[in-house]
Each structure stands twice: as C-alpha cells, then as structure tokens.
Design a protein around this ligand. Structure first.
Ligand code: GLY
Ligand code: MN
Ligand code: MN
Length: 440
C-alpha cells in the first residue's frame, strides 16, 4: 500500500493529538472511525470515499476501519481494520490485513475490526474523557452501548467514561493549515482541474450536451490520475447557471447562452474547485460581457486583499463593493451609490458566500471566526474566491435583456508568507483570453 504522504507526516499528526489528549485529562483517549461503503441500489455500492479526518490521520483508504489514540495504553496508536479473507477479497478487492497494518501505517498495534468492541471495552474502562467526532451517530451508538455495559458492572470494578468530547474542532484546527507536502498535492489537484477547464472550453459548442462537457472534464481528470471529482460537477448552460449547485447536466447547449462550469479534481484526497463561465459560441454578447467584467473585477478586488493578517470579511467587502458599483453602473441597481454599497445591495444577485476553505474536503473544515472575531489568514491556509451574479428569467425590476445570465468565477488560493498564490490562474479568465482560447 502506498501512502499519499510520507509516513512521518501521519505520525506527527497523531503525536499532536496524543499530546493534546495527555493535556486534556490523565486518562483521555480518542476514537476516529473510517467511512463505510454506501449502498447505491440493491447490492451495488457508491465508489468508496474515505472519511477525511480518518484519512488525515492514517492515509489508510479501506472501508470499515477505526483509529484509537490512547496515550496511556501500552500501544497508544491502534488501528482496527478488515482482516484478510481470500473468499471476500476475490469478490471485493485486496485488503491490507491485520498482519501488515502496523508496519504499513506506522501504528503500534493492529487488530481485526471484528474484535474492536472487545478492545474498546477494555480501553474505555476508566477513560475519563473520550474524544470522538460528534457528527458520527453510528460510532456514538457503538461507544454508548459499550459504556452501558461498563456501567452495568460496577462491582467488577468497571468504570464508564464520564465525558464525551467532540474531537472535530481539534482536527479542523490542524487541517486548516496545510503542510508543504499537502500544498504540493493541492497544486497537483489544481493543475489537473485547470487542464480540464481549458479542455472543456475548447470542446463546448452549440448542440453539445452539458453531460458531454462533464465527460470531457472527467476524462481529463482520470488521464492525470484523479479518479474522482471532488464534488458533483456543475455544467450549467444558460438559465441552468442560475441554479447554484446544478448537477443534472442534461440540457443541450444553445447558441447565445453562457455555460457555467464548476468542477474540480480530487487528487490524493485533495480537492480542486474552479469555476469559469464562458459563451457557448465562443463570443460574449454585449450584456454578457458587461456583467462578466463586473464579476471579474469583483474577484480581482477580493484576490488583492489576500495575505496573512487579513480575513474573509475584508475580501467579501472588497468584492461586494465592486459588485454593487458595477450593477449600479449597468442600471440593474438603482438609487444612491453610497447607500447601495452600505446595504450590500448586490446580495439578491449573489446569495452564496464569497469563498471557503479548501483541502481534503471541497468545503473544508475550519471555522471562519475565532474567539468571536473574524479568523485571520495565516500562511498555509487554502481557500477559494468565487463571486457571482445570477439573474434568472423573471427577476422582477431587472430589464429582460439581463435575464437568463448566471456567472461565477472561482480560483483556488494559498495564503503565503508575503501574500497569496493563485493555483488556478492559468484557466483563461478575461473576456479576451477566453475568446482567444476558444477560437484556437
Ligand atoms: N463547487 C462548490 C463550490 O464552489 O463551493
Ligand atoms: Mn466550485
Ligand atoms: Mn467553491
């Protein structure tokens, strides 16, 4: 089994949690479950995707596994995994197996997942604080059942845990800052996503279908080792671009419409997340161009704010001011320019956020506030900046010449020591760049 990152990186992450557990209470421990296969229909399953937290701590990509971190146990780092089974493996695929797991994953102890309850009974006995992800109800039920058994036998000297603590905030705080090795993987996810968007721009034409464009993108992903998209690919022609998470991708592309593509590769677990919007026939109409340039200017204004010490709210204000001014200048917003700006008058035309953390998950973990204040950017954070304007047909108070236009522009950015690095800048983005690339 090949890990996505050097073994030492996973060991360092686990050591960090072990240290925090030791500080939390004399007998604290943590349980972090891997993901299970999910039924698609009858006896078929969705492609397996490992739980991001479990993957972050182990690099182990099999279903049905469990990580235990118990600083006071003889073996502080324990993995429970599927045992080898020739009869299962011949149907469902190879397994790492218990005998190989300790060495391959660099843990102290490995056992079969089938025996996990017995081991957990002994580990939970006398553990005061048990940390586990509180968004995992199945694990909560499993741990609670074991705790019930411990409580039922006090005369045998058993002692059930008294505190159950959510481990998600610890993991989110770790995952929000990417290491140099993680940033390399994210640059690869970004580069693959860039190539796919460029190919899609050249492929799209009136008469093609949205799903055909999506197929081009997914083919490009796979040809570069990204076997999955990081989220449901969005290919929305015309009016469909106004549906923010449109993944149906079934319509025919029409001459004169824009096509909004929001697609990103998942590479070694890490997500790319790019949006570009371009004319199906290769030439922007006057209205499309005018609105597009407002969104582009808003994105550039937001990008310009990105540096250590700044925050998402500052980027949002910068983008919002440009969107409001632009919409006002085009006559879509009417009234006093200053009032409009103060009231975030652009809001009805962009109901989503300006961006989000990016990492193992497309909407990655990490809070946006800290101690009641906006969270400040630090080197190693990765985020998207994705302003948009959406004017669906029927929008009241807006001239019909603007109707049916949905535009979003999204790039993936690393906060560096001195500013930022836009990993996805190479997808054509200005009107001229897009028209030239499509004509080529
Ligand atoms: N693709 C989802 C997003 O951009 O947030
Ligand atoms: Mn996106
Ligand atoms: Mn995004």
């Amino acid at each position: 089994m090949k890990l996505s990152l050097p073994l030492d990186e996973f060991k360092k992450r686990r050591a960090h949690i072990l240290k925090k557990l030791t500080k939390a209470s004399p007998n604290a421990m943590a349980v972090i479950p891997g993901a299970q296969l999910q039924t698609r229909s009858r006896d078929t399953e969705f492609p397996f995707r490992q739980d991001s937290d479990f993957f972050y701590l182990t690099g182990f990509d099999e279903p049905n596994a469990l990580l235990v971190l118990a600083p006071n146990a003889d073996d502080p780092v324990q993995i429970y995994c599927q045992p080898t089974s020739p009869s299962e493996e011949v149907w469902h695929g190879r397994r790492l197996g218990v005998d190989n797991a300790a060495d391959a994953l660099g843990v102290d102890f490995a056992a079969s997942i089938e025996d996990a309850d017995d081991y957990l009974f002994a580990l939970l006995d006398g553990a005061e604080q048990v940390f586990y992800p509180h968004d995992k109800p199945e694990l909560a039920a499993q741990l609670s059942m074991i705790a019930d058994e411990l409580r039922a036998a006090p005369k045998k000297g058993h002692q059930a845990p008294t505190a159950w603590v959510d481990i998600n905030p610890w993991l989110a705080d770790m995952r929000i800052i990417k290491s140099a090795a993680e940033l390399d993987l994210m640059r690869q996810a970004a580069a693959i996503s860039v190539a796919a968007h460029k190919r899609a721009m050249r492929f799209a034409k009136p008469g093609k279908f949205e799903y055909q464009v999506a197929a081009e993108i997914h083919h490009e992903f796979a040809m570069h080792g990204a076997l999955s998209a990081a989220y449901g690919t969005i290919c929305g022609g015309g009016e469909n671009a106004c549906i923010l998470h449109y993944t149906e991708n079934k319509s025919e592309l029409r001459d004169g419409d824009l096509l909004l593509i929001d697609a990103g590769a998942e590479f070694a677990g890490y997500a790319g997340d790019i949006t570009r919007t371009f004319p199906v026939n290769g030439r922007f109409s006057a209205e499309q161009k005018a609105l597009y340039n407002v969104v582009l200017a808003a994105q550039e204004a937001a990008l310009a704010t990105l540096k250590p010490g700044s925050d998402m709210a500052k980027a949002f204000e910068a983008a919002g001011d440009v969107l409001t001014t632009g919409l006002h200048e085009l006559g879509i917003l009417q009234g006093d320019a200053r009032d409009l700006m103060e009231n975030h008058a652009f809001r009805p035309f962009m109901i989503h956020g300006l961006g989000h953390w990016l990492g193992l998950d497309v909407h990655d973990v990490g809070t946006y506030t800290q101690a009641g204040k906006k969270r400040k950017f630090e080197p190693g954070m990765v985020l998207t900046i994705e302003p948009g304007i959406y004017i669906p047909t029927g929008t009241e108070g807006v001239d019909s010449k603007w109707h049916g236009i949905g535009i979003r522009i999204e790039d993936d950015v690393i906060i560096t020591e001195t500013g930022h690095e836009n990993m996805t800048a190479k997808v054509p983005k200005t009107v001229e760049e897009i028209e030239q690339w499509m004509a080529g």
